[in-house]
Design a binder for this molecule. Structure first.
Ligand SMILES: C[S@@+](CC[C@H](N)C(=O)[O-])C[C@H]1O[C@@H](n2cnc3c(N)ncnc32)[C@H](O)[C@@H]1O
Length: 507
């Protein structure tokens, strides 16, 4: 009887005895048994008969012949394997051939492996990827492999994503131009730590490439957005957070209640857990000529999580206890700002008109009152020709600079209390960056608390409607990797430039 022990003994005799044994077998099952029993092959193994078996008419025999040829590693002959690959119909044999060629670890095989990447069988593509990944830090290999992150097959996409994007040390954002839903579908399940986005408002803005928000009924807009939130939930890790900033719209005098209609559907239909409904007090709203309702100056930011085990670093957002005091009759903020100096600067200013001085003084008094009432813990006032505008003095870059020019002053509000920040955020809108191109950039400050509190330091940030890339810029600033998707190539180009500028500033 032919036993494994007997086959092992013949293998070590090393004078072609295995080849003779195989020749003597009458049925396919026995040939396969010998081939499967061979185990490790000795260095002096007579392997020629294995190449002959590549022409055997039974796929199981060819498959096991290839498996044994693969064990020869660098010593195996590529040519007969390639000939078989071209003529082979059995996909498992083809897979084994690609594996065998990959295991040779020869640079000369790289072009072959690139070709295998085009195979229609995703398992063959994965074998080729494995064969190529042995070439560490090889730019040419990377150039061939990285685009496969958009491969039609999820298994292929996941391998590439894990290899290149999850392990990527660089925090330079990855930007994608295209429809958010289509691109989201290509992102592997449970691979993202944090998502923050501001989708287009319904019916209000017309972005250059169309996209979401142009539906003729709010119900359709909501349905489209829910498709997106469903995908966001899929790509988020169990510990992930999703911050959704969304504005409302009036139609025929009726406020549509769109933010809450979406939030409620997300909870009821998609099982999201809502942790906070943050009111973003923008301090100023869009132009509003109506005289039969109040001015709208807030927007909603919802914090959703996927499970109760979500990541939350409260220490990252707690600040020193607020100690507003009264000194010499003046209110002093937690960082020592009393307003006295600002008042003097306004009074003595030669750069402010009479009316601007009056407005500046009135608004300063209001802010100081809020400090006294503990409504705002701290603030800074920027007055024309006195303080430097944040970001840039150039009006083209900074909307605040523009505000300074038009109004003569503006305020920056800080949150410095020891307790966690409240769910009302006092943040001036950033009608700053590239105003002429894009009208709905959100302020960088809006993303800071969400990222610091709910994205781990080594986590991945996603913004599926990234526009000019504010979320990605802040993620980059806070040393997190990020992905940004937008339908507009022009906005993505702006986003890339914003982060590139930051890179230069850091150097
Ligand atoms: C409110 S803006 C986002 C602004 C962004 N937060 C910023 O700071 O620049 C919404 C963006 O969604 C994009 N958009 C609209 N429909 C889209 C779609 N179907 N897929 C991808 N992006 C889309 C628009 O091009 C626009 O840039």
């Amino acid at each position: 009887m032919m036993t494994k022990e007997y086959i092992t003994e013949l293998k070590h005799r090393g004078n072609g005895d295995i080849a003779n044994l195989i020749n003597a077998q009458k049925d396919v099952g026995s040939i396969v048994f010998v081939l499967e029993s061979l185990g490790q092959l000795p260095a002096d193994f007579h392997a020629d008969f294995l190449y002959g078996l590549l022409e055997h008419n039974h796929a199981q025999v060819r498959l096991n012949a290839v498996k044994n040829i693969a064990k020869l590693n660098g010593k195996s002959d590529t040519k007969p394997l390639l000939v078989l690959y071209k003529n082979e119909n059995d996909t498992s044999v083809k897979r084994e051939i690609v594996s065998a060629i990959g295991r040779q670890r020869k640079c000369a095989n790289k072009p072959l492996l690139y070709e295998f990447l085009n195979d229609t069988d995703p398992k063959i593509v994965c074998q080729a990827i494995r064969g190529l990944l042995v070439f560490d830090n090889d730019k040419e290999v990377e150039e061939h492999l990285k685009p496969l992150v958009n491969h039609e097959n999820e298994m292929v996409r996941t391998v590439i994503y894990k290899e290149y994007f999850a392990k990527e040390k660089s925090t330079y954002p990855a930007f994608y131009i295209g429809d958010s839903l289509t691109i989201l579908k290509q992102i592997p399940t449970a691979s993202i730590d944090f998502c923050m986005t501001s989708p287009p408002y319904w019916g209000q803005r017309c972005y250059e490439n169309g996209g979401i928000g142009l539906e003729n009924k709010p119900e359709l807009f909501i349905a489209n957005l829910l498709e997106i939130t469903k995908e966001i939930k899929r790509v988020l890790k169990n510990t992930g957070s999703f911050w959704l900033n969304i504005g409302d719209t009036y139609k025929n005098k009726a406020l549509q209640g769109i933010p809450w209609r979406i939030a409620i559907k997300m909870m009821d239909e998609q099982d999201w857990i809502l942790r906070n409904d943050v009111v973003w007090n923008k301090h100023k709203g869009a132009m509003d000529s109506s005289s039969d309702k109040l001015r709208n100056i807030h927007e909603m930011i919802f914090h959703f999580v996927k499970s109760k085990d979500y990541y939350y670093n409260d220490d990252a957002i707690r600040q020193n206890p607020q100690t507003t005091t009264v000194r010499n009759g003046a209110i002093v903020s937690s960082s020592g700002v009393s307003g006295v100096r600002y008042k003097r600067q306004i009074e003595l200013s030669t750069a402010l008109s009479k009316e601007e001085k009056y407005n500046a003084m009135r608004d300063l008094e209001q802010v100081l009152q809020k400090i006294q009432n503990s409504e705002i813990p701290d603030f800074r006032m920027i007055i024309r020709n006195q303080q430097r505008a944040t970001h840039s003095d150039s009006e083209r870059v900074s909307g605040r600079a523009k505000e300074l020019k038009e109004k003569g002053y503006y305020f920056l509000f800080y949150n410095q209390n020891g307790a966690l920040p409240t769910d009302v955020w006092e943040i001036l809108p950033e009608d700053t960056q590239n105003r002429e191109k894009h009208f709905a950039v959100y302020p960088e400050d809006l993303c800071k608390i969400p990222i610091l509190a709910t994205c781990p330091p080594d986590g991945i940030v996603l913004d599926p409607f990234c526009g000019t890339g504010t979320t990605n810029k802040v993620a980059y600033d806070l040393h997190r990797k990020s992905i940004g998707i937008d339908i507009s190539e022009e906005y993505i180009n702006i986003a890339k430039k914003r982060v590139a500028q930051m890179q230069l500033n850091l150097l």
